[in-house]
Design a protein around this ligand. Structure first.
Ligand code: BG6
Length: 508
């Protein structure tokens, strides 16, 4: 693969968790695959007063702790660290940005690296507008002789109004094509594979519509609680943290029309059209279409687990949801009348993300004798873990009569020997270096997604009587969320139902 052009990557918030856990391992992995530019420099910025040596030590630890098996020789790690430096910055001090500009110019000429800059905001979102404003005032966002790209992480605002305000502020400073909004789900191989599954195969697309699909279900379950992110999470909740972005992006790729090309805007235009076709949920419909829950204390595999309200930095009376399940429709020719069900939650029995396409049954049941469940035809696209695809269909059970049994036909990524699945951040960082914004959320998509969840936010805010259901940590969320699924005896798919004493591994 061609290497990106030479560049300097500047990370704001470089001493934080995101840098250590995700960015550094991803950049290091790009170096290992020889995918970094020929000349590459990383400048870490933060409020903490530390030397570049200490910062390099911290980054070395990050590589050891978070790169897993990927760490190679000490020599290669040192080679990687040699291109890293650190500077203290006060985010609100314009002088610091001017000095940063001078420092960058010096590095550019000393290293003969050209003049391409990427700024990564690994800071709290409340600082995005301030930092972007100061970068622009210091002349650091002007694309004269090289590109200037800015990466921000979700959440992109807090609601529709603040989402629009963030976009407007950024647009006053830089152009939309300089902004890369990371939704790391789009960086996942299996999410991208949705496009290939749908649009490289002739067999699925003819069935991919209201005539053959009964319902679509998307689950993104996590077994972890809020860990040390209590104060962020308590002001966010599952709707903002997962639904408005990751889950809706997965809906977008599942429901979109075939794009005319693989061009970034061709794909994002189609996702936007899906978002524009969401049937708005009225405030009065929220209790019937959206279930919210919060985990309560419990024992998981013999160990006591605190309830959400007892987590660090969480308000003891918090009404923040750690679980959301919702039902909605997409009003267009392809999907009219097909219910979409999505759910996500923390402290569920396991970590699993999957998209389940439930096909309609045959119009007439010729074979009455069914062995096991009548689960019909389902296509399951497993995003994680045990990434792959599974098709469920009915077969004749050998023997007398016509007994029907539901069986699986599957593909697991792990069966592709020698194929390494890159991390989402690796893919996304490489794409920013290449200037490919296909896998990044565009301004209008983000605003439409906020518009869709806004009535839910409003209903919960204005009607405290809308219940927030408790569910014991380690269970699949409030029982009542099964009532969302229309149809006799139908429920969510429970991919790893039998809770054993050990950590669950959700095999596809
Ligand atoms: C993040 C959320 O965007 O996604 C976290 O802020 C969540 O709360 C995480 O845990 C889940 O990502 P993944 O890749 O582990 O499914």
């Amino acid at each position: 693969m061609k290497k990106p052009d030479n560049l300097i990557l500047v990370i704001f918030g470089a001493t934080g968790d995101l840098t250590s856990r995700k960015l550094i391992p991803a950049i290091y992995s790009l170096q290992k695959q020889d995918l970094l530019p020929e000349r590459f420099e990383l400048i870490g910025l933060g409020r903490t007063e530390i030397t570049s040596d200490i910062f390099r030590q911290m980054m070395e630890e990050a590589i050891v702790n978070y790169s897993g098996e990927e760490v190679d020789s000490k020599e290669n790690v040192q080679k990687f660290l040699a291109n890293i430096s650190y500077r203290k910055i006060a985010y609100d001090n314009q002088e610091d940005y001017r000095n940063l500009g001078t420092f960058i110019s010096q590095r550019c000429s000393t290293l003969d690296i050209g003049n391409n800059l990427i700024f990564y905001m690994a800071t709290p979102p409340s600082l995005y507008e301030l930092i972007a404003g100061n970068l622009a005032s210091a002349g650091l966002t002007k694309q004269d002789s090289g590109f200037r790209r800015l990466i921000i992480e979700k959440p992109f605002g807090y609601d529709l109004e603040s989402g629009i305000k963030l976009n407007n502020t950024l647009h006053r400073l830089i152009t939309e094509d300089q902004i890369y909004r990371i939704d790391h789900y789009l960086g996942k191989e299996t999410v991208q594979n949705l496009l290939v599954t749908r649009f490289a195969n002739g067999i699925f697309e003819p069935l991919w519509n209201r005539n053959y699909i009964h319902r679509v279900e998307i689950t993104s379950a996590e077994s972890i609680g809020v860990e040390d992110r209590g104060s962020y999470y308590d002001s966010s909740g599952a709707l903002r943290d997962m639904v408005q972005n990751h889950l809706l992006q997965m809906v977008g790729l599942t429901a979109m029309e075939p794009p005319s090309s693989l061009d970034a805007d061709a794909i994002r235009n189609e996702v936007l059209k899906v978002f524009q076709s969401f049937q708005p949920i009225k405030e009065s419909e929220v209790p019937g279409q959206v279930i919210r829950g919060q985990y309560t204390g419990s024992r998981i595999r013999g160990e006591a687990v605190p309830g959400y309200r007892h987590e660090k930095n969480v308000n003891i009376h918090s009404r923040t949801e750690t679980y959301v399940a919702m039902k909605f429709f997409i009003n267009n020719w392809r999907w009219g009348g097909v219910p979409f069900y999505i759910r996500t939650g923390k402290r569920l029995p396991t970590r699993v993300t999957e998209i389940v396409i439930h096909f309609k049954p045959t119009p007439h049941h010729l074979f009455q004798r069914v062995v096991g469940n009548r689960s019909g035809n389902q296509l399951i696209i497993r995003i994680q873990p045990d990434e792959g695809i599974l098709l469920k269909f009915d077969m004749k059970e050998p023997g007398a009569g016509f007994n029907v049994k539901n069986v699986n036909m599957d593909f697991h990524y792990k069966d592709l020997a020698d194929v390494r699945v890159p991390s989402a951040y690796e893919r996304l960082l490489f794409d920013v270096m290449e200037g490919d914004s296909t896998l990044f959320s565009r301004d209008d998509e983000v605003e439409m997604a906020w518009k869709f969840v806004e009535p839910v936010q409003r209903a919960w805010k204005n009607n405290p009587e809308i219940k927030i259901y408790g569910y014991p940590a380690g269970t699949w969320g409030p029982e009542i969320s099964n009532s969302l699924i229309e149809g006799d005896g139908l429920s969510w798919r429970y991919p790893c139902k039998n809770l054993a004493d050990e950590e669950l591994y959700c095999e596809l």
